[in-house]
Design a protein around this ligand. Sequence first.
Ligand SMILES: [Zn+2]
Length: 195
Amino acid sequence: MPYKKFEEHNMQVTDDVKNRYKSIIEDLGENVKRDGLLKTPERAAKAMQFLTQGYHQDPIEILKSAMFKESYNEMVIVKDIELYSLCEHHMLPFFGKVHIAYIPNGHIVGLSKLPRIVDVFARRLQVQERLTEQILDCINDTLKPQGVAVVIEASHMCMMMRGVQKQNSITTTSGFRGQFEKIETRNEFLKLIGK
Ligand SMILES: [Zn+2]
């Protein structure tokens, strides 16, 4: 199957960002007219738009589009969801895994929608703490389950490549609502994701 590209770019934004990248690269001491760099400002502008496309997407609509009436009321867990985001302090990547659980309260949600809302919030300038809360609140307010839990484990390039240069540290954040505020339920979830 031929490689298909789904990226969409706003031409005006691409042009503006491209021109700014050009001067940034020059300010850093490089020659933007060098062969390998000729198309770099445009590529970088498009990449940044892709990595921040979450600003133009509505996670509530995504969840609502796949909510189904269902009487199942045991814990539903989607673990090891890949995460790629940008830290808002340095605009450097942080990446890792997200684990989400909820206990339905009359409705379940299409399982693929949970990774999708992770992407919507992750493709913005973020801090891991707020990202955790936003995923949690979005599921809690939209699906209105009996409980919801989110754990994120991530490595931050701004810590690994610069600053303290700690290559092996992983930052863990978590949030719990409803039934997961009870220690037994929370522990069951943590055990099931191997924590
Ligand atoms: Zn940072």
